[in-house]
Design a protein. Structure first.
Length: 135
């Protein structure tokens, strides 16, 4: 967590140099306060909040489960862009999306049930119940 701001700063420097090389010098137009507000929200607010939530949640579950949950990030982004932004999905893109989804499902199934669903296994409920304290 302590290195995250430095990682993002280093990535910003590298990506700025790459964008300058590929796209050329930035062309600044009139200052749009709405755009600046969105950039402020996306950069320090949304990125840092999502990073902290992901790091904290990742400490509580297995590495295997966390890797499967992170596969859902692009899937949710793609579905959201289709539903709300009107992006078009090609057949090849849908095939890839389906393969990623079922790969995540198969990997999660191979890892066993999630702790929240252990009550579905037979014989597990008796072991996980708490006995009353005798006084």
């Amino acid at each position: 967590m302590a290195l995250a701001p430095w990682q993002m700063l280093l990535a910003t420097i590298f990506l700025t140099a790459l964008a300058w090389t590929v796209e050329g010098a930035p062309r600044w137009g009139a200052t749009d306060w709405h755009l600046l507000g969105m950039l402020f929200f996306i950069g320090p607010v949304a990125t840092s909040v999502c990073f902290v939530i992901s790091a904290e949640y990742g400490r509580r579950i297995s590495v295997f489960a966390m890797s499967n949950f992170t596969l859902g990030v692009p899937l949710i982004g793609i579905v959201t862009s289709f539903l709300f932004l009107g992006n078009h999905l090609t057949g090849l893109f849908l095939t890839g999306l389906t393969l990623v989804f079922f790969g995540a499902v198969l990997a999660a199934a191979a890892g066993g049930p999630l702790p929240a669903f252990r009550f579905l296994q037979r014989g597990k409920c008796e072991k996980e119940t708490i006995s009353p304290v005798s006084g």
